[in-house]
Design a protein around this ligand. Structure first.
Ligand SMILES: Nc1nc2c(c(=O)[nH]1)N[C@H]1C(S)=C(S)[C@@H](COP(=O)(O)OP(=O)(O)OC[C@H]3O[C@@H](n4cnc5c(=O)[nH]c(N)nc54)[C@H](O)[C@@H]3O)O[C@H]1N2
Ligand SMILES: Nc1nc2c(c(=O)[nH]1)N[C@H]1C(S)=C(S)[C@@H](COP(=O)(O)OP(=O)(O)OC[C@H]3O[C@@H](n4cnc5c(=O)[nH]c(N)nc54)[C@H](O)[C@@H]3O)O[C@H]1N2
Ligand code: SF4
Ligand SMILES: [Mo]
Length: 722
């Protein structure tokens, strides 16, 4: 294909990047290699051969003409040789090609048998925050209507659940940013707790001015390099930091008494809980110097416009909900939420991380961000679905708890998994992989052979972002259009089609339309009157208006870019302070495991790496995992850059080369989770409210691999030199 001259044969299609929640606007221009045009439809968009796709940034309100490295190279996976193009069915040890009818019949037969033998809950579903709104909605409906199982959850549980729980607790609603991103640019003081946005959402940095930005992170990240203050927080102690900042706010007289009286409830208890958090005590626990604590408060309190943002560094802990609550308490005490150009927000992660948590693929949820245990919500949604409210199953377990029950005596026997790679991304992953192996039936839908797909009994090849229509809801709560530029490879199918086909085999195909716009219209009706109300949206409106912010309850409603300006989404319209207590990390250091491990991301790779490890420029940029550690720790361990070390926790161990960095605390090592291995180490201690695992901190031991050989090598070199 590479020698064929290129001819631009189709018009450009405006869509959005497949990866993170920024959902940068991009234009795709499909190109057909001359001489490879298929007969009849030469040059048509839907030519199977029109697959080489040029990516260019658009001037969309979030990215304003910029893309990161991942966005620029996103189209490379469309015609990668690693693309799955036919269903695969396991025969003994190997996966072999099968046609769609064979694969779907087999799944439906096995599901029917398993349900007959073990009941409806024996079949489980697992979804993903990368799925379009339409697909996430269809998946939730499929679980409740076609399978009638309570066992459905999704990878967003590992991502946004703590911030979501805290947002609902305080504001009565969970929309990551309750204001457009453009507002961030006008803030004179921004505290970012646990986010490395220069690597995780690079174009967002244009909104964060150096003089405004203050970052709490155990590492001096590229984001910190663009900030005017770095708080080098000890992993797992942000809750103490937030309590301490509130303490200073109160004793220095910065609390906004008028705002607190007019717009909130519960301040007295929170004030009482903060009294014990003297700056010196906070410094001892968090490592953040007293002077820095005062500086943060003073800058937030005296700015014309101020914001507090949290991201996964503060949230992915067994106390993530309380930590976010403590930062929201601080924001409320300063009078920020609902004030023009100010507020609290969480920076949502996955492409449809926001929409993915609104439409019912979560264990306890119905579309429109309704609760599955709310009788009124059940009646409303059941009516839209044409089923009886009593037929809807009750809420089920959260993602980790669900995965950890698979294949056990009491747990589900079959799992249908869409758009996640838990063998790499779930905590204590060796255990999860073994649970997946214990299933009677594992079905994985993906477009590449992920580590999880490799364990499946049936693999279903799906369409990718540039091959499908639908909507995504970005980190601002702005609903945008994903649009198809090229057709999928002949053997791949869209999930809406797959779910329809399976539903038809289970006797309810008519309830599962395959047209994305039909699904979106139904989603709008199902969401009507709920917190995340899409009822007034249509594809036409979304395209005409650069996206629409929810809630948008009627076709003449303009959408809601800014929440909370008049009232909060609580019964009395006031934001709720909630007193929270500090607690230590679930697994602290001891002589056997004397170093903290924290985990996260690098610029070039996305999530479990299933996509980006298969894109050559990204793989070249960072070809393998590594352990980032401080030179002082390296000296103590007697290791150099590039040396292999073994990192061991109570749950497992992994080997990777050393990357030296003076920018990390000497008591902490960092590993990215884009390669299989690091999650063998992580601690599945769950937050009691959100059920978020403690991805961001566990205790490990770091030791040199084969120290004897390396020492011998060093002695040889020494001998040669002297
Ligand atoms: N390149 C890239 N971009 C991405 C993604 C990706 O995989 N790759 N994924 C997307 C998704 S789904 C998400 S959720 C977002 C995540 O976006 P971020 O939250 O920005 O990313 P992380 O790297 O997980 O964590 C951020 C920082 O938290 C710090 N940290 C670790 N422990 C603590 C702690 O206890 N306290 C504090 N304050 N900080 C701590 C880490 O050092 C790290 O620098 O990124 C999105 N964008
Ligand atoms: N140690 C550690 N672990 C973590 C985290 C951390 O910070 N540290 N972060 C957590 C977070 S925030 C997240 S969001 C999770 C993410 O973890 P995963 O859920 O594993 O994320 P992805 O790698 O995005 O997995 C998506 C898979 O689905 C495929 N896919 C993408 N789009 C589609 C689609 O539309 N349809 C189908 N069928 N397949 C699709 C991709 O090829 C890929 O194999 O990881 C969590 N795990
Ligand atoms: S910042 Fe996110 S949405 Fe934008 S190009 Fe990069 S990965 Fe894509
Ligand atoms: Mo995430």
């Amino acid at each position: 294909m590479s020698e064929a001259p290129l001819a631009e044969v189709t018009t450009r299609v405006d869509t959005h990047c497949p990866y993170c929640a920024l959902q940068c606007g991009m234009a795709l221009t499909p190109v057909t290699p001359v001489g490879r045009q298929v007969g009849g439809g030469a040059g048509a968009v839907n030519d199977v051969d029109a697959r080489i796709t040029h990516v260019a940034p658009r001037d969309f309100p979030v990215n304003r003409g910029r893309l990161c490295q991942k966005g620029w190279t996103a189209a490379e996976l469309l015609d990668s040789p690693e693309r799955l193009t036919t269903p695969l069915v396991r025969h003994g040890g190997s996966l072999r090609p099968a046609d769609w009818d064979t694969a779907l019949d087999l799944i439906a037969d096995r599901i029917t048998r398993i349900r007959a033998d073990h009941g409806n809950d024996a079949v489980a579903l697992f979804g993903g925050g990368g799925l379009t709104n339409e697909k996430a909605y269809a998946l939730g409906k499929f679980a409740r209507v076609a399978l009638r199982t309570r066992n459905i959850d999704y990878n967003g549980r590992f991502c946004m659940s703590s911030a979501a729980a805290a947002g609902i607790r305080a504001f009565g609603i969970d929309r990551g940013l309750p204001f457009p991103l453009a507002d961030v640019a006008s803030a004179d003081a921004v505290l970012l707790a646990g986010g490395n946005l220069a690597e995780t959402m690079p174009p967002i940095m244009q909104y964060l001015r150096r003089d405004a930005l203050m970052v709490a992170d155990p590492r001096r990240t590229p984001t910190v390099a663009q900030a005017s203050l770095h708080l080098p927080v000890t992993p797992g102690t942000d809750l103490a930091l937030a309590l301490g900042l509130l303490h200073i706010t109160i004793i220095e007289g910065y609390a906004d008494a008028d705002y607190i009286a007019a717009r909130t409830t519960g301040f007295a208890e929170v004030k009482a809980a903060a009294t014990a958090w003297w700056p010196e005590r906070v410094e001892r626990i968090t490592g953040v110097p007293v002077a820095q604590q005062y500086e943060v408060v003073e800058r937030l309190a005296t700015a014309n416009r101020a914001m507090i943002l949290t991201a996964r560094g503060a949230e992915q802990h067994s106390k993530g909900t309380d930590t976010v609550t403590a930062f929201i308490n601080l924001a409320l005490a300063l009078g920020l939420p609902g004030r023009a150009g100010s507020g609290y927000g969480t920076v949502t992660g996955q492409g449809n991380g926001q929409g993915g948590r609104e439409h019912g693929q979560k264990a306890d949820q119905l579309p429109g961000y309704r609760k599955l245990d709310d009788p009124a919500a059940r009646s409303h949604v059941a009516a839209v679905w044409g089923v009886s409210p009593e037929s809807l199953p009750p809420p089920g377990p959260s993602a980790y708890e669900l995965l950890d029950q698979l294949g056990t005596d009491a747990g589900p026997k079959a799992l249908l998994l869409f758009a996640s790679n838990p063998v790499v991304s779930a905590p204590r992953s060796s255990q999860i992989a073994s649970r997946l192996r214990d299933l009677d039936l594992l079905v994985v839908s993906d477009f590449v052979m992920s580590e999880t797909a490799a364990l499946a009994d049936v693999v279903l090849p799906t369409a990718q972002w540039a091959e499908e229509d639908g909507t995504m809801t970005n980190l601002e709560g702005r609903v945008i259009r994903r649009r198809a530029a090229v057709a999928p490879p002949a053997g791949a199918r869209d999930e809406l089609w797959i779910l329809h086909q399976l539903a038809a085999r289970l006797g309810c195909g008519a309830k599962f339309p395959v047209e994305p716009s039909a699904v979106f219209d139904e989603l709008g009706r199902a969401s009507a009157g709920g917190p995340a109300d899409y009822a007034g949206m249509s594809y036409q409106r979304i395209e005409a208006e650069d996206g629409l912010f929810w809630p948008c309850p009627a076709s003449d409603h303009p959408g809601t870019p800014r929440l909370f300006t008049e009232r909060f989404a609580t019964p009395d319209g006031r934001a709720r302070f909630t007193a929270v207590e500090f607690r230590p990390v679930a697994e602290d250091l001891d002589p056997d495991f004397p170093v903290y491990l924290t985990t996260g991301r690098v610029l070039a790779h996305y999530q479990s790496g299933a996509q980006t490890r298969r894109i050559r420029p990204l793989n070249d940029a960072v070809p393998a995992s590594f352990v980032e550690l401080h030179p002082d720790l390296a000296a103590r361990l007697d290791v150099d850059a590039g040396d292999l070390v073994r990192v061991t926790s109570r749950r497992g161990s992994v080997t990777a080369p050393v990357r030296l960095s003076a920018e990390i605390r000497p008591d902490t090592v960092f590993m990215p989770f884009h390669w299989e291995g690091v999650n063998r180490l992580t601690n599945p201690a769950l937050d009691p409210t959100s059920r978020m695992p403690e991805f961001k901190v566990c205790a490990v031991n770091v030791s040199p691999v084969l120290p004897a050989q390396r020492r011998a090598r060093r002695e040889d070199i020494h001998a040669e030199v002297s």
